[in-house]
Design a protein. Structure first.
Length: 388
C-alpha cells in the first residue's frame, strides 16, 4: 500500500487525547501496517477498497465487543493468512502514554476469542478496555438504525454508556450470560427453585443497574440535543420498555421487588415463549423528529440520516468533556451526503469538540475547510506491505 501524509500548520489548539500510533498485523487488507499521527482530526482519503474503513474498524476494537462491523473475529484476519490478526495502538491522555494491544488469541486462532493487553499487562477481559477508551461511530450501515429492530439501537446506546460507566460492559456481559442460562433451564424443564432464584436475583440487580445507567445517559444526551446547531434537526430521544415504566412510577427498591416477583410468576410463560419477557434486553431507544411530531422510522431517508448524525454528534460532545476514557469519533463516508451548510456546520462542531475525530471519503476536496486544522492520510492501494 502506498500511504501519503500531508502536514499542515496548526490554527486551533491541538487536542490532548487520542491515538498517536496505530499498527496492524494481518488485519483485513493489511498485512503489516503502521502509521503515526498527532492528536488533531484525521482525514483518510482514497478510492473504494483502499482500506479506509478497515482502519476505522481497527480503532473500533479498542472497546469491548466485535467492532463496528459486528464481524466474527475469525473473519477479520487477512484473507488466506494463517497468522492471527492483531492491533496495537499508542494513545496519549494529556501527556500520559497508554499502550493497548488486542487481537485473535494466537494459542487458539481458530476460536472466537481475543486477548487484550493494556500497558503490557494482560487484561482480565475485554470489559477492561472501557476504562481506557470510548469510541462512537457512524457508518453507512447504520442508516437503518431507526428502521431495524431495537437490538441495534440498544448496542448503539450501550457503546455510549461504556464511556461514562466502565462497569456497564461487565454488567451487560453477566446479564446476558445469566439470561441465557435461565432460558436454558426453563426450556429443559429444570425448575430448581433455588437455582432459578439465584439467577433471577442477578437479573434483577444487573438489569436495574443497566437500565438506570442507560436512562442517565439518555437524559444527558437529551439536554445536549436541545442546544445543538440548528443546521441539524433536533431529535427527541427516550428509553422505552416495561422496566423503564416501572422505574418512572416507583422507587428503585420497589421496582427490584416487583421485577423479582414478575420473573418468578412468568416462568411458565417465558418457557413457552422461549424468551424472558422483562428486563433491559427488551428496551428500545425511541427517536422522534419534533418539528413534524413524527417517529424517526416514519421520516424521509434524508431526515433519518440528519437525525442520526445529530445524535452521534451530541454523543461525541458528551464524551469530549468527560475525564475518564479517551474519546474517539469515527465518521465513515458521512461528508459526501451533506450539503454545503451542513458540511460546514459538522466541521465546526468537530473542531469545537477538541477530541480526535477520524473521517473517511473518496474526494479529498470535500475536506478542504479542515486544511490547517486536520491531518490528511491518502491511501492508494491496500494490498502491499506498508510501513510509514
Amino acid at each position: 500500500m502506498e500511504a501519503t501524509q500531508f502536514k499542515v500548520p496548526y490554527k486551533l489548539e491541538q487536542p490532548t487525547r487520542g491515538v498517536e500510533r496505530l499498527s496492524l498485523s494481518y488485519f483485513r487488507c493489511y498485512e503489516i501496517f503502521s502509521v503515526s499521527f498527532d492528536l488533531r482530526p484525521v482525514i483518510l482519503t482514497g478510492p473504494n477498497g483502499a482500506g479506509k474503513t478497515n482502519l476505522l474498524e481497527a480503532l473500533s476494537f479498542l472497546i469491548p465487543g466485535r467492532g463496528m462491523r459486528r464481524a466474527r473475529l475469525s473473519e477479520v484476519k487477512q484473507q488466506d493468512s494463517q497468522h492471527p490478526w492483531s492491533i496495537s495502538a499508542l494513545l496519549q491522555d494529556q501527556g500520559e502514554k497508554i499502550q493497548i494491544g488486542t487481537g485473535l488469541d494466537p494459542e487458539t486462532s481458530d476460536s472466537e476469542r481475543r486477548v487484550t493487553k493494556i500497558n503490557g499487562e494482560k487484561a482480565k477481559s475485554q470489559s477492561d478496555l472501557a476504562e481506557w477508551v470510548s469510541v462512537i461511530w457512524l457508518t453507512p450501515q447504520m442508516d437503518r438504525l431507526f428502521l431495524d429492530g431495537p437490538q441495534g439501537r440498544r448496542r448503539f446506546l450501550d457503546r455510549l454508556v461504556y464511556g461514562f460507566d466502565p462497569g456497564h460492559a461487565q454488567r451487560l456481559n453477566r446479564y446476558e450470560q445469566v439470561l441465557k442460562e435461565r432460558g436454558l433451564l426453563l426450556r429443559q424443564g429444570r425448575l430448581d427453585r433455588y437455582w432459578l432464584e439465584g439467577l433471577e436475583e442477578t437479573l434483577v440487580n444487573d438489569g436495574i443497574a443497566i437500565t438506570v445507567a442507560r436512562r442517565e445517559v439518555v437524559g444527558q444526551l437529551s439536554n445536549v440535543l436541545k442546544n445543538q446547531s440548528k443546521a441539524f434537526p433536533q431529535a427527541e430521544i427516550s428509553l422505552e420498555g416495561d422496566l423503564e415504566n416501572l422505574l418512572r412510577e416507583r422507587p428503585v427498591l420497589e421496582v427490584e421487588d416487583e421485577m423479582r416477583c414478575l420473573l418468578a410468576e412468568n416462568r411458565d410463560e417465558d418457557r413457552l415463549m422461549g424468551r424472558t419477557s422483562l428486563g433491559p434486553h427488551r428496551s428500545d431507544l425511541v427517536t422522534v423528529y419534533p418539528e413534524k411530531n413524527q417517529l424517526a422510522a416514519l421520516c424521509s431517508t434524508g431526515e433519518q440520516k440528519a437525525l442520526l448524525l445529530s445524535i452521534v454528534m451530541a454523543s461525541a460532545q458528551l464524551l469530549s468533556v468527560r475525564t475518564g476514557a479517551i474519546p474517539l469519533l469515527l465518521l465513515d463516508e458521512v461528508i459526501a451526503h451533506l450539503d454545503d451548510v451542513r458540511r460546514t456546520a459538522l466541521f465546526d462542531a468537530i473542531l469545537q469538540l477538541k477530541m480526535q475525530t477520524w473521517l473517511t471519503g473518496t474526494d479529498a476536496s470535500l475536506f478542504e475547510e479542515l486544511q490547517g486544522n486536520a491531518q490528511f492520510l491518502s491511501l492508494k492501494e491496500a494490498r502491499l506491505v506498508s510501513k510509514t
